[in-house]
Design a protein around this ligand. Structure first.
Ligand SMILES: Cc1cc2nc3c(=O)[nH]c(=O)nc-3n(C[C@H](O)[C@H](O)[C@H](O)COP(=O)(O)OP(=O)(O)OC[C@H]3O[C@@H](n4cnc5c(N)ncnc54)[C@H](O)[C@@H]3O)c2cc1C
Length: 644
């Protein structure tokens, strides 16, 4: 009863070369009730299955668990990777982690907190994975191994809120009401397949490793944690003449000794993994009736230059989680998932270009030292061409190694010395590159916090505003890009410290904290003006109609007293879901929140549960408050979009 439909997957998900997707087959089954248990399949029926327990899969499962959505994670390995890949966590990701039950606090380092209530951080990926697992434990998630689950027939309840280790997603079949996922696992020495039937399948299974050509036994040592002496060595290699297996722990130790120039007594090689440099974005993030969704490296792969990979992935998860929650609770239309793609794909495309530019900038260092990687690439290409293939394999290896030894000579003490005219010239050039900050850049404030969605679950202000901010960023000078906070639609809500104006509340918090991290809630920001109160009332009522949780924040100028703020009670009655706050402008810039973010204080701002601005208007631009606001919420929830 099964018919093969091979074209769905390739067409939907292929991304230039590389990112391929498992072949999908549509099962000819009687119609099953969507997202309900059982149906015509014996497999457990789960709302959401996530493939991959990397940082992105774990972040997504945490958010879903917090929002009350049960999910199951499949991880093919029997243990979480100890390999320290990512180490730079950018500002926006740290803001998101603040609301992961204090995760950001666990990893925080000192940083200027002017534009954000939190800092960036240098923290190894495997340590982050450990902390994410602790947070998941806190929301009731468990890690299970095949022997704890037994055979292939497990009840769905048994699989909910679990990370199934040693389970490799090996097949995906599109059924009439969901996705049938095959997960192979080793049950006491015998390979078995477990079937899971789910409403939504989220692919967070990382990039498929493909090796790219770079020059030989020359390496870069990256300090991940100086206090604990933790470093990562990156060594380029050229297959098939050089293979991953050539890099044993012993060989790596020798490279390290050569790189540092002396023999440290306590080198310990902990883990060795190959990785390939990619610059690709999947054509489509969403497919199969909005049921299969790619996140993280599964959707995009960047060169590791600029720390965008994991950060972009965690931010994908954050963009997606609230939409999934509203969809699974029957509040949003399934096509809201398309807005995940229209918002996040331009960000990935932009970050790909930025990482590539940054990678090229980083290459100026070896090029200045006489180690031009393009030469090694060209030689490798010739060796692998039909001309090169007539050279015996062992001779090919000799040619490559000869090339690398020329490379090594370029950085030897003999050449790279102030006494050698060539060496002194190269060292002078190197100093000027480093002084001018033209090498590898890790912080991109304009892109980190300043990215803006142009099209998606929002109502663009006008046509001119509706392009993704990439265009704005392209016109500004990227490398020196300063973050300019903005309250334009699609932007992340700008940060300012505020103080609650109620005698019973104390303390100071960020405007970002107006948005709850524990539930899906929209926030309406207004100044204490009569017309704004009226519009806010209409918004609260329509939000209620849509079964959306919402609250109003009345932003008072600095110096307003609790007595004045009492006005909100009568203006917003009978609603009580509001908060009066007083602005605390920075000492150096004595402007109001509205002035700082270039919007009139007559603006009424609607903020989404992911802290991005969904709509901005002014009371005199609204003709019929109730029908206009109803249209706005319908658009955000994709209720008036044609099904894709
Ligand atoms: C050298 C290097 C340095 C980097 N530095 C940074 C940095 O500083 N900052 C930054 O943001 N990013 C950085 N990155 C990128 C970052 O490591 C990745 O973007 C990040 O790991 C992506 O997370 P993920 O969860 O999407 O995928 P992954 O971490 O690849 O996780 C995918 C998981 O899915 C599992 N899996 C795969 N296939 C299956 C299957 N069929 N069934 C079940 N499970 C499966 C895998 O075992 C794995 O656990 C760096 C990368 C490299 C290589």
């Amino acid at each position: 009863t099964e018919a093969t439909m091979p074209s769905i997957a390739g067409g939907l998900f292929s991304a230039g070369r590389g990112i391929s997707w498992l072949r999908l087959r549509r099962l000819q089954r009687p119609l099953l009730s969507s997202l309900s248990a059982g149906g015509g399949s014996d497999a457990p029926h789960l709302p959401v299955v996530i493939v991959g327990a990397g940082p992105v899969g774990l972040a997504l499962s945490f958010l879903l668990a917090k929002f009350g959505i049960k999910c199951t994670v499949l991880e093919r390995s029997m243990e979480f990777t100890r390999h320290p890949r990512a180490h730079f966590i950018n500002n926006r990701t740290m803001e998101i982690f603040r609301k992961f039950d204090g995760l950001a606090g666990d990893i925080e380092r000192d940083f200027d907190k002017v534009v954000s209530p939190i800092s960036v951080a240098h923290f190894s990926q495997y340590k982050l994975v450990d902390l994410l697992l602790k947070k998941l434990d806190g929301v009731g998630f468990q890690t299970c191994f095949p022997d704890e689950l037994g055979g292939s027939s497990a009840q769905d309840l048994l699989l909910e809120n679990k990370i199934l280790m040693g389970h490799e997603c090996s097949s995906i079949e599109l059924t009439d009401d969901g996705i049938l996922v095959g997960a192979s696992f080793n049950n006491g020495g015998r390979m078995q397949e477990r079937k899971l039937h789910c409403g939504l399948l989220l692919g967070a299974d990382g990039a498929r490793s493909k090796v790219r050509e770079l020059a030989g036994a020359i390496g870069v040592l990256v300090a991940h944690d100086l206090e604990h002496g933790e470093f990562v060595l990156q060594v380029p290699f050229y297959p098939p003449q050089q293979m991953f297996e050539d890099f044993s722990a012993k060989v790596c130790e020798q490279i390290i000794v050569k790189l540092v120039g002396w023999e440290p007594a306590d080198i310990q090689v902990l883990d060795i993994k190959p990785w390939a440099m990619h610059a690709e974005v999947a054509e489509k993030y969403v497919g199969c009736d909005n049921r299969v969704i790619l996140v993280g490296d599964a959707a995009h792969r960047f060169p590791p230059a600029g720390g965008f990979g994991m950060n972009t992935g965690v931010q994908d998860a954050h963009n997606l989680a609230w939409k999934l929650c509203l969809l699974l609770n029957g509040i949003a239309d399934p096509s809201i998932i398309q807005t995940y793609e229209s918002e996040r794909k331009p960000v990935a495309t932009f970050n790909t270009e930025l990482s590539l530019e940054n990678f090229k900038a980083a290459m100026s260092i070896p090029a200045t030292l006489g180690l031009d990687p393009t030469i090694a690439n060209s030689v490798h290409r010739v060796i692998n061409s039909s001309l090169g293939s007539i050279i015996p394999r062992n001779l090919q290896k000799v040619v490559l190694e000869g090339l690398f030894s020329i490379g090594r000579t370029q950085v030897s003490d003999y050449i790279l010395s102030e006494n050698n005219p060539l060496g002194s010239l190269r060292l002078a050039r190197l100093r000027s590159i480093l002084d001018e900050g033209k090498s590898l850049q890790l912080q991109f404030p304009a892109e980190d916090l300043g990215f803006r969605y142009g099209k998606g679950a929002l109502v663009a202000e006008d046509c001119a505003e509706s392009t993704y901010q990439a265009e704005d960023l392209k016109h500004s000078k990227r490398s020196s890009g300063e973050y300019i906070p903005s309250a334009k639609v699609g932007s992340r809500l700008p940060h300012m410290l505020v103080r609650p104006l109620s005698a019973s509340s104390e303390g100071v918090f960020s405007t970002l904290d107006l948005v709850s991290g524990d539930k899906i809630e929209f926030v309406i920001i207004i100044a204490p003006l009569k017309e704004s109160y009226k519009l806010a009332q209409a918004m609260l009522r329509i939000a209620d109609e849509f079964e959306l949780s919402s609250k109003v924040c009345v932003m008072w100028p600095q110096g307003s007293r609790d007595v004045e703020a009492k006005g909100s009670i009568s203006e917003l009655a009978p609603w009580t879901n509001y908060v009066d706050v007083e602005e605390i402008p920075r000492a150096t810039v004595n402007s109001s929140w509205w002035e700082m973010y270039q919007v009139s204080n007559r603006s009424v701002i609607l903020v989404r549960p992911d802290e991005h601005i969904a709509w901005r208007t002014e009371p005199d631009m609204v003709r019929d408050a109730y029908s206009d606001v109803r249209r706005v919420f319908s658009q955000i929830l994709s209720l008036n979009r044609p099904q894709v």
